[in-house]
Ligand binder design. Structure first.
Ligand SMILES: Nc1ncnc2c1ncn2[C@@H]1O[C@H](COP(=O)(O)OP(=O)(O)OP(=O)(O)O)[C@@H](O)[C@H]1O
Ligand SMILES: [Mg+2]
Length: 519
């Protein structure tokens, strides 16, 4: 038996956590939808970020409460997995824990609430899946709409993303390891552009090397481009010195071999030895050192090159040749110290350069483009549903129907999901300056009458309209994933009924840590 005091304490812990989650959710809910406002983030040094992006706000927010940090991790998970819908995920997390707490206060056991929530989320996901329309391929006009909606109506960005998606092709876009959003960089003072190829954010090693090479054969060294190292202590003996000299000689012979194979571009992961720099510059080879792994890996895929360690240079020419990639052109934009490799012989790649007028907007333009690119890929994978929070209302009605199948108090858990599903709609409408309750009634009535999940609110006029016809569509996977991560967070939070301050192991740590107990 638990006495009243213990129950009170448990509820206290739960309420503290729920309040922290709610506080985080309310920090981002004002940004959702086409009329969502931007947030200005300022740090102690006066550096400013202006954004509308949920995860960016959360990342930069000073959150000290552990439950708040858990929400931030939820948004991060959403960002990492699908790249868009971080605000939606946070709003859902906030709504699920709030509704869950309300049920617990009414006397529903936590276990029953969680049981109903799990059923609700599962049902909601299959209802979303049933309602999704497939996307045929990068040329499907719906895909442009997806890019436009996720890209906050910035037509130039939507066009760029679609152009890049076409260059890359459907097969590559469906590859789980490929992220179109990683092909984007925003550059101040540059025109928008997409080119078939990859970008290296470093300049060439030496200005005596050519600024442009045509039809280059390409070598990638995942290592330093230098003779093999030997221990200094060995150099005290004559044999050691001889070995050192032999290694240097061998290294130079290897470089000659590379030059004779017609290699015109060498990307090196680490440093480049002085003597190699000189030899290669004399031979008209473009060399780039300290190329980040991510970038040379992309070049390898795009040009068909296989990275080599320095010892690999010992291979005979015929074998070495098989490790070389090729492209139509490589050239350096000297002003920005960036190298472009275009027309590679391997897998297609596109680089998306988003132009931005000022430094302040560079970051936000890049984030918008990344959201749009993520949404485009997610839409191709799972299809699309009407946006504006409208399809969620139809899904909520599907759940109402499932309620009768649940026995006992678990139905209250299902109610939490139903309420949460309505939140994106009410928030989008509120942000557009309309009365959310009134509009909710209008839309639900219209959806039932016309038997359509496409009906929602036009955020300009406040009238009921067909969002599908207006081109307001969202990738279904973004919603499904957001609901999943929000459900996981809600479950974790609702299960916690004790907060214990851990013994201070580090001197400066005053942070609360959570101890989880079955609810
Ligand atoms: N013109 C529009 N009319 C109605 N709803 C819209 C319109 N444009 C976008 N939306 C809706 O806004 C929601 C997305 O808002 P927003 O992009 O601000 O948040 P998010 O995608 O959840 O998070 P993130 O901050 O990661 O982008 C979607 O439900 C989308 O359908
Ligand atoms: Mg978005």
């Amino acid at each position: 038996m638990t006495d009243g005091k213990e129950v009170d304490q448990r509820l206290n812990a739960l309420m503290t956590n729920v309040n922290a989650v709610r506080a985080v959710a309310s920090a981002v809910e004002g940004t959702i939808g086409p009329k969502g406002m931007d947030t200005m983030l300022v740090d102690n040094f006066g550096s400013v970020t202006i954004t509308n992006d949920g995860v960016t706000i959360l990342e930069e927010m000073e959150a000290t409460h552990p439950a708040a940090k858990m929400v931030i991790n939820t948004a991060r998970a959403q960002e990492k997995e699908v790249g868009d819908g971080t605000t939606t995920a946070t709003i859902w997390a906030g709504a699920l824990v709030t509704e869950g707490l309300n049920q617990v206060i009414r006397g529903v056991p936590v276990a029953r609430v969680l049981e109903g929530m799990r059923v609700g989320i599962r049902r909601a996901i299959s209802s979303f899946e049933r309602r999704a329309h497939p996307i045929q391929g990068p040329d499907d006009p719906l895909l442009y709409k997806v890019a436009l909606i996720a890209g906050r109506d910035q037509e130039d960005i939507a066009e760029l993303i679609i152009k890049a998606a076409r260059m890359v092709g459907k097969e590559k876009l469906l590859d789980p390891a490929f992220k179109l959003r990683d092909c984007i960089s925003a550059v101040e003072g540059l025109e928008n552009q997409v080119f078939e190829g990859v970008l290296i954010t470093k300049g060439r090693l030496n200005k005596q090397m050519p600024q442009e090479v045509l039809n280059p054969r390409i070598l990638i060294i995942d290592d330093a481009l230098a003779p093999e190292e030997i221990e200094e202590s060995v150099l005290t003996t004559e044999a050691g010195v001889n070995r050192y000299l032999r290694l240097r000689e061998e290294f130079q012979e290897n470089l000659l071999k590379v030059i004779n194979l017609g290699v015109k571009l060498i990307l090196v992961d680490r440093r480049v030895d002085d003597c190699a720099e000189e030899m290669l510059a004399d031979a008209g080879v473009m060399v780039v050192r300290r190329v980040p792994y991510k970038e040379w890996y992309r070049v390898a895929e795009h040009t068909g090159a296989w990275p080599l360690k320095r010892t690999g240079l010992r291979k005979p020419p015929a074998e070495l040749e098989r490790y070389l990639g090729s492209a139509q052109r490589a050239w350096e934009d000297e002003e920005r110290e960036q190298i472009r490799i275009e027309g590679g012989a391997g897998k297609p790649f596109a680089t998306i350069l988003v132009g931005a007028a000022t430094e302040e907007v560079v970051g936000e333009r890049e984030r918008i483009a990344r959201d749009a690119a993520s949404a485009v890929q997610a839409a191709l994978k799972g299809g699309v549903v009407p946006g504006g929070g409208s399809v969620e209302l139809a899904v909520a009605r599907d759940l109402e129907k499932a309620k009768s199948e649940l026995r006992g108090m678990a139905a209250y858990g299902l109610d939490c999901v139903i309420e949460a599903l309505k939140r994106p709609f009410t928030q989008i409408v509120t942000n557009a300056g309309f009365n959310a309750l009134e509009k909710l009634g209008d839309v639900v009535a219209a959806q039932i009458e016309k038997n359509s999940d496409c009906l929602g609110i036009d955020c300009d006029s406040g009238e009921v309209c067909d969002l599908w016809e207006k081109g307001v569509v969202d990738p279904v996977l973004v919603k499904i994933h957001a609901l999943k991560v929000a459900g996981e967070l809600a479950e974790a939070i609702l299960r916690i009924d004790t907060i214990i301050r851990k013994k201070d192991s580090r001197k400066d740590s005053g942070n609360l840590e959570l101890e989880q107990k079955e609810g």
